[in-house]
Write a protein that binds this ligand. Sequence first.
Ligand SMILES: Nc1ncnc2c1ncn2[C@@H]1O[C@H](COP(=O)(O)OP(=O)(O)OP(=O)(O)O)[C@@H](O)[C@H]1O
Ligand SMILES: O=P(O)(O)OC[C@H]1O[C@H](OP(=O)(O)OP(=O)(O)O)[C@H](O)[C@@H]1O
Ligand SMILES: [Mg+2]
Length: 302
Amino acid sequence: MNADALNGRLLFAIPKKGRLHEKCMELLAGADIQFRRHNRLDVALAMNHPLALVFLPASDIPSFVGNGNVDLGITGHDVILEAAIEDRVAEVQRLGFGRCKLQVQAPEAGPIKSVNDLAGKRVVTSFEVLAGAYFDKIDASMGLVGESKTRIQYVGGSVEAACSLGLADGIVDLVESGDTMRAAGLHAIETILETEAVLIRSSTPKHAEHTALISLISSRIAGVVAAGKYVVCEYNINRDRLPEARQIAPGRKAPTVSPLEEPNWVAVKSMVIKKEVARVMDELVRIGAEDILIFNLDNCRV
Ligand SMILES: Nc1ncnc2c1ncn2[C@@H]1O[C@H](COP(=O)(O)OP(=O)(O)OP(=O)(O)O)[C@@H](O)[C@H]1O
Ligand SMILES: O=P(O)(O)OC[C@H]1O[C@H](OP(=O)(O)OP(=O)(O)O)[C@H](O)[C@@H]1O
Ligand SMILES: [Mg+2]
């Protein structure tokens, strides 16, 4: 594809593989960004917007966006901090996936039980900036200087293997379920940060003409993200219990209340945060609600 094909198009960077890729594909579908990606090509023109998708490694996306080479991107909050470029990218919104923690880990069977035990030793990581800054503080607090400071070594992946290979006394890497950590015989001794995927744009955009399209795409993505966060809860209840029901499930603005053919009974509908729905249903049952139904949302604008 020659550079002319991209002329005037908004460039949107998407992780080309790894943990964030599939979820990003779902977001693009939910936002109705249609494209056909040709085999091995990392640029795909959208068919229904003046936009091109650029498929890049997640860790390269912060600098591409921060330097204005692309206008919009999805990547992890962790790699933005690691790229030390947070002053040049604006986080438009959190996306609710790619949630994990950057943790200091050490062999479970060994003597290292705290970060102080690890200070001055060898740490292997793909996050050398964040791990370096973290251990600089620990070293300073323990009076470790020069040669006695913690040695941070970069590796590109499979970080958990470093201790058993004799390369490191501890590591700094991402943990979600903890399965990889446990399988490698490691345990977490400290959390450096919590992260999730974020939609970012350049703080100093080169192409002001894209502002309206960036707003449209952001609003569509926000709708897809919200749809994953909420369910619609519908139930029947005696009108006398409405004040209590409203406290249990207040909805976003207010519940929708419709009359039923049964005297003094109403049907109520409200949006409920998905994670809270079991508790909300328990409480509605407790105050006499009947026929409680929960509906997932495909998409929304809230
Ligand atoms: N286990 C995980 N659970 C949730 N999110 C994760 C996990 N691992 C990584 N991430 C998030 O995804 C981002 C990209 O990491 P990922 O490992 O997918 O990329 P990669 O290393 O380029 O790909 P690959 O591992 O396939 O080589 C991380 O910066 C982090 O924000
Ligand atoms: O706590 P868990 O659910 O086990 O997830 C954590 C693992 O996921 C990521 O690795 P990934 O699978 O991307 O492989 P990589 O190390 O080659 O990047 C991360 O680097 C951890 O190794
Ligand atoms: Mg990885």
